[in-house]
Design a protein around this ligand. Sequence first.
Ligand code: NAD
Length: 407
Amino acid sequence: MINPFENALLQLSRANAVKSFPVELIERLKVPNREIRVSIPVRMDDGTLRIFEGYRVEHNNARGPYKGGIRYHQDTDINEVKALALWMTMKCAVANIPMGGGKGGVTVNPKTLSKGELERLSRGWVRALSEILGPRKDVPAPDVNTTPEIMDWMSDEFGKITGDTSGAMITGKPLANGGSEGRGTATAQGGFFVFSALREKLGLPESCRVVVQGFGNAGDHAADLWTKAGHKVIAVSDSKGAIVREEGLDIDAVTAHKKATGSVTGMEGTRTISNEELLALECDLLIPAALENQIRADNVATIRAKVIMELANGPTTPEADDALFARGVHVVPDILFNSGGVTVSTFEWEQNLKGEHWTEAEVFDKLKTMLEREANNIYDTAQMFHTDLRRAAFITALGRLEEAMKS
Ligand code: NAD
């Protein structure tokens, strides 16, 4: 099994090999400031007690409070959370927001829990970790399988324990309870701003054939946004499989089909294929938006996309990065391409602290300005160092972390 934390460390040292940073900085970033495992007892609906394993990794807070989502997944473990936390440190530095990197998780398949059990588990996670959480300390958010409703339960639990009802301890909340306009689509929207800034430079046509792996919060909004902008989304997938239609998919119809049947697969007028086959489709742009380690040494030769833009965290392994770079396939890295999520989360935190509510136009105007600037900056850095965009993004982040940690 590929250990995502080892891959994250490899990415760090590979960037440092292109532009050398102080040894002490790199050594500090190789280990999280703190990693915490907790047991969360939950009374199940049938009266039995189940103990779940939960995590919070606080990687680095030199640039601000720890920030990062909470993942509920049956395969989540401490190494995955450590990798995600390190990437959050890098991502916040790339986006140039005043946040550090953290991440949380619970090893659980939430689809096997009732709503009540899910609520008790979520409140239990906050109870177990309330001492380290807080608006100026550590600010979680949603990730895979966690929703605005779960953020709301967590925010409520934190308020009950600490008396802090500002809502600023967690982001991704529902609009009615302190959420930000635009947070739901922010990850995909941020990706779209990066895509628009780099499309011509990366040699992509005005109208692209797009493939999206993963049809969750990040992926379904991406499919929708690219379609509305005049591109053709020819295939999408979820954990059960993929669908393809060469003439382009009707994304509203796919969303309705998924809502009705629980999966994108089997939709009328489309061909159902596997996720491996989806990754190998010929297209201009492949957007992985599911989980890590999807494009690896063993399947990279099958990839026929011209450009890959990572909406998921860690979908491409370092070996695959090298093979793609050698073939001239650009990979726009996660720490730039999906940074719209944490950027709008930071806007939400700022609005909560100031007691403000910004319009969607204000949110997206700020996001666009920030991400276009950073996308161009990272592209220029890659050109300057004759390297790939991932190393260039790490170099940008490391420069900012060096400044913060020096002072
Ligand atoms: P989600 O739970 O809403 O959706 C995940 C999707 O991936 C689902 O459609 C699921 O069926 C699918 N999936 C799971 N396993 C799969 C597999 N093996 N093959 C294909 N599809 C599979 O989660 P999300 O919030 O959309 O997150 C997806 C990715 O984007 C994660 O890597 C996450 O860390 C990253 N991300 C999310 C945000 C955010 O704001 N939600 C921000 C930054 C990065």
